[in-house]
Design a protein around this ligand. Sequence first.
Ligand code: ADP
Length: 494
Amino acid sequence: MTHKYNHESELFELITHNSRDMISLINRQGFPEYSSPSSFEITGYTPGEFLKYNFQDHIADSNQKIQWQEVKDNLKQGSFSSLILYKFKIKSGQEHWFESTLQKITDGRGKEDKILIITRDVHQRVLLNEELKSLSMIVNQTNNAIIITNKAGLITFVNDAFESMSGFKEEDILGKKPASFLQGAESDPATIEIMSNAIKDVQPFNVDIINYNAAGNKHWVNIQSEPMYNSNGEHTGFFSIQADISSKKDYESQISKLNSYLNVQNIKLEQINQSLDEFAHVVSHDIKAPARNIKNMLELILKKENSLSPDIKKEYFQVAVDAATELGQLVNNMLEYSRSGRIEEEMQTKNLEEICKETITVYQNEIDKINGKIKLSLNPTEVRVYPILFKRLLGNLLNNAIKYRSDRKLEVSITSYPQNGKVKFEISDNGIGIAADRQKEIFKIFNRIEKRSDNNGIGLSVCKKIAEIHGGEIWVDSELGKGSTFQFEIINQL
Ligand code: ADP
């Protein structure tokens, strides 16, 4: 449809004066011939000022200028109206988004003459759209899960990341309360209360909590939630961002495990220092006796050299030699004890059955000779140990079970199982047993219940040290005449 114009007509005036849009007429060259009074509100130019400029001069962007020209050319070529969005430089110098409808106007003879332009400031709308576009891009691209709930706390939107993080499909959870399917047995009730109180009081909240996915697996999430309001300031719901923080939580729990391990090790170190004191005390005491013996005998020989018969002299010398041998033996024993505390190997993950069998092999001949039986019941399969030290610990206990056997046919069982985050070992025998009042002492160095040619009271103190190096303790349950069960633990951090 074409329009005939007569801007002097009353009707035209009525429309243009009351319109909030800017209504202008431009001639073929692009110069305005008429502009409605609203030009002032929209562009800052009074209609009079507006008429001084070519319309296109207000368009700063060169591409948009070309677009304008194309729209005008199209009008010439036959089309009657077009819509164009562009940035218009208003009088203050700012650029505002405008939307114009261009309409071809013909004169009385149907010849294209002027262009009627109806212009509207759409700056806010365009900016809002851009903001919305970037917001929706963020919502869709972020790795964080986003949940929007309405005033009643029911889900109205979740993004793709939520679906992939939780495994729940949007259509299955729309209209549900998030807590009704995300939280479960191990979600902390105190944290759930913090969230529900904040929601009740329309307050933001930020919490870490265990959530469950569609497969029922738990994962740690951080939830940041903000109340939303509409333009009237009315509360409309909550906007929540959930980030998977499982790896951070794993890391934290590793650190706290390590800290408690370090604490245990510190306590052990104190105990080791204490046992070193005891060791020094015992050593000095035990060394003094043979040393005094040697000194006494040699002094006696020196003093009474002429009056002593050769036999007696020989006897005295023999006493001195025996004492010197004992002294040498003592020094060897001390060396063995002190070496047991030195870690010269790497901690290794070992197959427990293999390591036990390797230890048993050393004593196999002896066990076969007395027709003894060793029973193994081992769990877990793998342990983290200092292999040489660990074998020495097991070997010493096995050696004792053989050494302190009773008249009964030797039966030893080696059992292990996980307990309280450690691995517990029990080595039971049916030997002579140990009286209750001696059970603590035997772990101290040089402590033995009776002196025999094949014992020195070192084995169990070495076992104690090795158990401590592995983060555990050693003790014994025993009944005289029935048998003993030596027990120790190790921290098994694979
Ligand atoms: P040693 O065997 O050289 O004396 P240990 O430190 O290994 O040194 O043992 C200390 C003491 O504990 C032994 O002398 C013995 O009296 C007692 N003992 C150790 N193991 C057993 C056992 N399995 N049955 C009975 N007594 C034992």
